[in-house]
Design a protein around this ligand. Structure first.
Ligand SMILES: NC(=O)c1ccc[n+]([C@@H]2O[C@H](COP(=O)([O-])OP(=O)(O)OC[C@H]3O[C@@H](n4cnc5c(N)ncnc54)[C@H](O)[C@@H]3O)[C@@H](O)[C@H]2O)c1
Length: 673
């Protein structure tokens, strides 16, 4: 490629005219990813080395090949540590980045925010959250992506496949600036074993959702969803009236990691007492120091005593229990303690890759076994999951409301050999005996209306901009329209007070189609008038549309189409066609390889009228594609929402189903078989 203005050729491969960067120094106290084990045979290992060396000029291969081999032997992956820029990465104010368009600079802010020491789970291993969710596969890709983003113009689109920047291609100003995919595999290979091999040889990236989609905003991203889930679980189970919080009740769960770390914060905002088990003390340190969990202890009697005091006083309190969730549940059962709300947020989508620490071993022992004795590790994981299930079952029998919180816990239990957790006792087609939070709560109460995890980042990193956007968003909500709007209005009213920001100045706010569009247009106008700097809006992939995931986002789709992945693909394609700035499609997400296809978007608000147009067209599509699918699946609230859409809009129409009489059909089939 050459620069048409200067005529000068642009070499966009990595070059190191002054020699290779120095070996990195690893900062003390930064959490490191475990060794994922050496699973490659010799032929594959050669392939892995050759693949990594594709990024490096040939003259350095002899120097780097042994280094990459060592990385593989020590980590099970080649990260190219040497190419990580030294020191702390963070999402700097947008003006400090080089670039030829706002989008090119905005994406650099988002990428660096995903890799911030304060934000990322394993920053040196490019892992943002969810044990294995990476921005891209290695630091060579990171450098190359940055290089491309610095020269990207509004007439081009950058294409990435599993973190690899394939190149810049001509498009037009209203096309996406980046289209990326992560971990998509051909059906017959789409399973965790093939994925593990593909990752180790350097051709697949596990993007989770917003890690590889560059829209992660710290644990805040999941706080609002967890808050909504807890509030509505309380309303459903304890008949707490709408408009009230769940003070005086107890929530127990596990995990204080990237996303799970949101649980104590959400519980306190919802007003209840919460005990969250966590086996890794360093993650407790992080959340405790950030003020996201209020107390910590290694003693179960103490944890439950504190919780009881808070419940009696109807005061919110979050407690980190340093230990295994299975031990906690055993203690509660043995001591006849009533756990009212129970969930789990260990990384069960990758139980055999370190996501779940088995009962009976320490966190250090888990890390050692994972690297040195995988067979024993797998056996211990399965044994622990079976025990975990027995305890949950016993507690549920005593009145506990257990819900799967989207981490594939029930699927992992099933895979460990417990067929009883499947509704039909032999496969997972009919779902599980315990509800997923989407089936019981988030699906019918939020997604079917179009409410989902809309979010924005103030790219200036200026807290004043965030304040102004909070106020503007609040002004766009009518708290009297529905109880969900009231909850969201309270959420945004208190957002600043609740100190949710970690990293760049971002905000999450559940909104429906109408709300998202209103807010986006308002923000773009504010950028236009200079009231605020540029903003990037987007959403979690975990939303109304965008994700086909039968164990999670689409677990409340009951027409049999929950095994199809067409909604996710169409949402992705439609967002590309309508010109979202960044459009992404991934395999796996929160539940694991082969179990979900999920996509997301980012739209950079630069104040232009072009962006107003994109907001009107694409923000509506992005939500309504999911509502339409949910309505066709005969979900009540989606039917209502779709009917309103049809009645109010001149520019679109959703196909609605005729509803057959279920009882009549059952009888017809029974009588005639
Ligand atoms: N429902 C949602 O919206 C949603 C969103 C994001 C992620 N998830 C899923 O939730 C899970 C957690 O995500 P994350 O980003 O927090 O992952 P993470 O790996 O950062 O955190 C999980 C934590 O669980 C701890 N842990 C593991 N085994 C344990 C045990 N037996 N007892 C106590 N603690 C234990 C780990 O030490 C770790 O800190 C993942 O499976 C992820 O895919 C769900």
């Amino acid at each position: 490629m050459y620069d048409p203005k200067t005529g000068k050729a642009l070499e966009l491969r990595l070059e190191f005219p002054d020699g290779l960067p120095k070996q990195p120094a690893f900062a003390e106290g930064i959490r490191r990813a475990p060794n994922r084990g050496q699973i490659l045979n010799d032929e594959d290992l050669v392939l892995a080395l050759k693949n990594a060396l594709r990024y490096i000029p040939e003259k350095y291969h002899k120097e780097l090949a042994p280094e990459f081999l060592k990385e593989y032997m020590e980590h099970g992956r080649i990260f190219g540590y040497r190419f990580r820029p030294a020191g702390k990465l963070w999402g700097k104010p947008i003006d400090e980045y080089k670039g030829k368009c706002t989008e090119g600079k905005a994406f650099q802010v988002m990428i660096d925010n995903n890799l911030d020491f304060d934000v990322a789970l394993y920053p040196y291993e490019l892992t943002t959250y969810g044990e294995t969710g990476q921005v891209c596969q290695n630091w060579m890709q990171y450098l190359l992506i940055k290089k491309y983003l610095e020269v990207l113009t509004i007439d081009q689109t950058l294409v990435l496949q599993s973190g690899h920047p394939l190149g810049l291609f001509r498009s037009h100003p209203s096309a996406p600036r980046v289209i990326l995919t992560n971990g998509l595999m051909v059906g017959m290979f789409d399973d965790p074993d093939n994925f593990r091999r593909a990752t180790a040889i350097g051709v697949a990236n596990y993007g989770q959702m917003t890690a590889g989609g560059w829209m992660y905003i710290g644990p805040q991203g999941i706080v609002h969803g967890t808050y909504n889930t807890l509030l509505n679980a309380g309303r459903k189970k304890f008949h707490v009236p709408e408009g009230h919080n769940i003070a005086g009740h107890l929530f127990v769960s596990s995990g204080l990691g990237g996303m799970s770390g949101a649980q104590p914060k959400a519980a306190e905002i919802a007003g209840c007492a919460a005990i969250i088990a966590e086996v890794d003390p360093s993650r407790i340190d992080t959340r405790y120091n950030q003020g996201w969990v209020s107390k910590r202890t290694q003693s179960l009697p103490e944890a439950f005593k504190w919780a009881k005091e808070a419940m009696d006083a109807k005061k919110p309190l979050s407690i980190a229990y340093e230990g295994n969730i299975v031990d906690l549940l055993q203690y509660a059962l043995d001591n006849d303690i009533n756990i009212e709300l129970l969930s789990d947020q260990t990384s069960c989508h990758v139980v055999y890759d370190g996501g779940y620490c088995p009962q009976g071993i320490s966190f250090e022992e888990r890390t050692r076994l994972l690297a040195e004795d995988r067979d024993t590790f797998v056996k211990l994981v399965n044994k622990s999951l079976r025990k975990h299930f027995e305890l949950v079952k016993a507690l549920v029998a005593k009145g506990t409301y257990f819900f799967d919180y989207g981490n594939a816990f029930m699927r992992a239990v099933f895979d460990s050999g417990v067929k009883e957790i499947a509704k039909n006792g032999h496969d997972t087609f009919d779902g599980f005996i315990f509800p997923s939070y989407v089936e019981d709560i988030m699906g019918p109460i939020l997604f079917d209306y179009g409410y989902g995890p809309f979010r924005w980042c103030c790219l200036s990193r200026n807290p004043e901009d965030l304040k102004k956007t909070d106020q503007a968003a609040m002004d766009c909500i009518d708290p009297k329209r529905r109880f969900q709007d009231h909850d969201n209005w309270v959420w945004i009213r208190d957002a600043e007070k609740n100190k949710l920001v970690v990293g760049t100045q971002c905000r999450i706010l559940y909104q429906d189609e109408e709300g998202r569009m209103k807010i986006a247009l308002k923000f773009n106008e504010m950028v236009r008038t200079g009231a605020i700097g540029p903003v990037m809006i987007g959403r979690d992939h975990h939303d109304v549309s965008g994700t086909d995931s039968p164990f999670r986002e689409t677990s409340n789709i009951y027409d049999g189409s929950n095994i199809m992945a067409e909604m996710a693909i169409h949402t992705f394609a439609g967002n590309c066609a309508r010109g979202m700035s960044l459009v992404t499609l991934h395999n796996g997400g929160g539940v694991g390889t082969g179990r979900a296809i999920n996509g997301g978007f980012g739209l950079v608000l630069d104040g232009s009228e072009r962006v107003d147009r994109i907001i009107r067209e694409s923000m509506s599509w992005d939500v309504i594609s999911g509502v339409a699918r949910r309505a066709w699946a005969r979900n009540d609230h989606a039917l209502e929402t779709a009917a309103t859409f049809n009645a109010k809009r001149w520019d679109g129409h959703i196909t609605l189903p005729y509803i057959a009489d279920d009882a009549y059909l059952k009888k017809l089939v029974a009588d005639n078989k």
